[in-house]
Design a binder for this molecule. Structure first.
Ligand SMILES: [Zn+2]
Length: 439
């Protein structure tokens, strides 16, 4: 049953008020348990997960006090490991359109106006290669009280702590940073905790749009999203097709780390690596697979496999080091996006015109929100970008993905059409010469 706005707001702020006392004492109590020697890392990981997935952070919804506390905590912890602030400081603030489709269930007064990425860096040890960087990142935002993207309507109003999604990746990031700061790689490593991921990769999109470290000298991105539920040593790595060298590199790491490692796929996917892939970078997404608590209030700290998380972090640190130490950069492989999951001749490539927009499957209509445009596609040439919401093609209104498919089916390759779209608060239109699917 969905709670009223007033009710969940009271719960949210009440929890934050209590946290001022409870949170601090809990942390110091657990800090006392952190001793030297074996188990020190595990105790720190357990504590960090406990803090980030605590009810007092109210599900770390982008732009809220709870997510600000998570950002401050991460900055503090990264600083302790020896990570330096990014070239423009620890915080990268990005704006959020008030009419973002993903926010449609959030009461107007509570819609976040901005989000914050946490940006740290570990300067490279090589005087020449340090001018290039590898990005290792994880999103720290989650669903708040579940008004967006909860798997169950019945859970709306409940705090979604997101221990696996993605306190796990954020905490792995701290451990990766600790290992790399202790013995820096040859290239610089950018350590980034993204916000706005659950709202449509907003933080990573903002990063590639205004990169704190030049994107043309960024050689790869490693993403950790949901790495806290290692079972039967099963570790997945998506994006192995995005660089020629990745399969061999992953195979060599597999010999050193006894995971049941499976790698596959291109750079498209529903996490932050996609933003970097669309910007032309090799990417890998490490993942310990889905589970029944995904996007539910039951994704809690006590279900995290702490030892598994540490093993994934060690793997990721060595993967990052291997890429950052390579004498020459990786060889990027560009692939077309997968067809949208709709039936019909356009989707299967039979006929119809091609736009090259990549729909964001995580948000509904009205309109079709883009998570990007395929490079060199008609959509890209027309200047359509991630976050744009397509409203019309030619004479056709675009209510949803099916309507868009139907509209494209009405046109031929080579047709010039006016595409109407919304960017932020403004509705605009642009002329697009449609292309041929698959060509
Ligand atoms: Zn996630």
């Amino acid at each position: 049953m969905r709670r009223s706005t007033r009710e969940w707001k009271a719960r949210w702020w009440g929890a934050l008020g209590l946290a001022a006392v409870g949170w601090t004492s809990e942390v110091s109590a657990q800090a006392a348990a952190v001793s030297t020697g074996e188990g020190r890392v595990a105790a720190a990981v357990r504590r960090d997960i406990g803090v980030l997935a605590h009810d007092s952070l109210a599900g770390r919804f982008t732009g809220t006090a709870g997510s600000d506390r998570a950002a401050s905590y991460l900055i503090g912890r990264l600083g302790e490991t020896g990570v330096r602030p990014g070239p423009a400081g620890w915080r990268q603030v990005f704006g959020i359109a008030p009419d973002l489709v993903a926010l449609r269930e959030v009461p107007g007064a509570d819609r976040p106006a901005s989000g914050v990425n946490v940006i740290g860096m570990i300067p490279g040890s090589d005087p020449v290669l340090r001018s290039e960087a590898v990005v290792v990142g994880a999103h720290y935002d989650h669903l708040g009280v579940g008004l967006t993207s909860s798997m169950s309507l019945g859970n709306r109003g409940e705090i979604h702590n997101g221990a696996d999604d993605n306190a796990s990746g954020s905490v792995a990031l701290i451990e990766i940073a600790r290992q790399l700061a202790a013995r820096p790689a040859r290239r610089t490593v950018m350590v980034v905790a993204f916000s706005g991921e659950e709202l449509g990769l907003l933080g990573s999109s903002a990063y590639v749009k205004s990169p704190p470290f030049p994107l043309e000298r960024t050689v790869a991105m490693i993403n950790l999203d949901m790495v806290g539920r290692l079972r039967n040593d099963r570790l997945l790595a998506f994006g192995s097709e995005t660089a020629v060298e990745f399969p061999a590199l992953l195979d060599s790491l597999r010999r050193r780390f006894p995971f049941d490692l499976a790698y596959s796929g291109d750079g498209y996917g529903r996490s932050d690596q996609q933003s970097f892939y669309l910007a032309g970078k090799p990417v890998l997404h490490l993942f310990t697979d889905l589970h029944e608590d995904y996007h539910r209030p039951s994704d809690d700290a006590e279900k995290i496999n702490v030892d598994g998380l540490i093993r994934v972090a060690e793997f990721a640190a060595e993967l990052t080091r291997a890429i950052a130490d390579r004498p020459v950069p990786l060889t990027f492989v560009n692939k077309p996006p997968p067809p949208p999951p709709v039936a019909g001749p356009v989707a299967t490539g039979g006929y119809g015109a091609y736009l090259g927009s990549i729909p964001d499957m995580s948000v509904g209509g009205p309109g079709v929100r883009l998570s990007g445009a395929r490079p060199e596609s008609p959509a890209a040439r027309a200047g359509l970008i991630a976050g744009d919401v397509l409203l019309g093609i030619g004479r056709h209104e675009i209510g949803d993905l099916q309507a868009m498919t139907d509209a494209l089916r009405q046109h031929r390759p080579g047709d010039t059409v006016v595409v109407r779209y919304r960017r932020g608060a403004a509705v605009d239109s642009v002329r697009v010469v449609l292309g041929r699917r698959g060509g």
